[in-house]
Design a binder for this molecule. Structure first.
Ligand SMILES: Cc1cc2nc3c(=O)[nH]c(=O)nc-3n(C[C@H](O)[C@H](O)[C@H](O)COP(=O)(O)O)c2cc1C
Length: 192
């Protein structure tokens, strides 16, 4: 059965992003597993952690729990990431997660020419976000994930669902969310 990984970076209780992400997850068939980043104890990489990690990678020893997130990410057949639009991108907890999954030997390797080559099984990432204001052409969270996915993880298909303008005074919040829910509902995920 297809393994679907849900990377949940929704911080607020009552998250609107989470509502949209659940709809996207409903569209996918397979065994779903969630990593809730606000419940994990992930820390930004510091010098000691980097040294420990680099020594293990150099020894080819990926048995440490340090690598659990990268292994889980690499093994997923499809990935849904939910992250509210914060500072034109996403919450820091997602950035920290990216530091933990971008591991040479697990999610990517280097070619003899020094170019990253993806090692992930997934063919597609679905990125879901909601914004208080207008995102316009500044969807930097999505762009960051798309660039990393394409250049490092080897995942070329990155789809974005977004709802914006939710915090603008007088906004029809339910109406805006309903539009994106309909968009997700009418989306036909091709088999990947
Ligand atoms: C820390 C923080 C940073 C935010 N930064 C932005 C921003 O840069 N641009 C914007 O339009 N809205 C911003 N917002 C508003 C959120 O994008 C908006 O409320 C979003 O719908 C929250 O998603 P949620 O309901 O899933 O928590 C920010 C909100 C917070 C709490």
């Amino acid at each position: 059965m297809k393994k679907i990984l849900f990377v949940n970076a929704c911080v607020r209780p009552g998250s609107r992003t989470l509502v949209l992400a659940k709809k996207a997850l409903d569209k996918l068939d397979g065994q779903k597993e969630e990593v809730n980043l606000c419940q994990e104890k992930l820390l930004p990489l510091n010098r000691e952690m980097l040294e420990e990690r680099d020594a293990l990678i150099a020894a080819g020893d990926f048995s440490s729990p340090l690598f659990q997130y990268a292994k889980q990410f690499a093994a997923a057949d499809e990935i849904v990431i939910a992250a509210p639009f914060w500072e034109l991108a996403f919450p820091a907890v997602l950035r920290v997660y990216l530091e933990h999954i971008t591991i040479v030997g697990l999610t990517f390797k280097y070619s003899p020419e020094g170019m990253p080559v993806g090692l992930c099984s997934a063919k597609r990432i679905i990125y879901v976000t909601t914004a208080g204001g207008k995102i316009g052409g500044c969807n930097l969270g999505y762009e960051h994930i798309k660039a990393l996915a394409g250049r490092f993880y080897g995942i070329q298909d990155v789809v974005c669902f977004r709802a914006e303008g939710l915090d603008i005074r007088g906004a029809d919040v339910n109406g805006i969310l309903e539009e994106t829910l309909k968009e997700i509902e009418s989306w036909s995920p091709s088999a990947v």
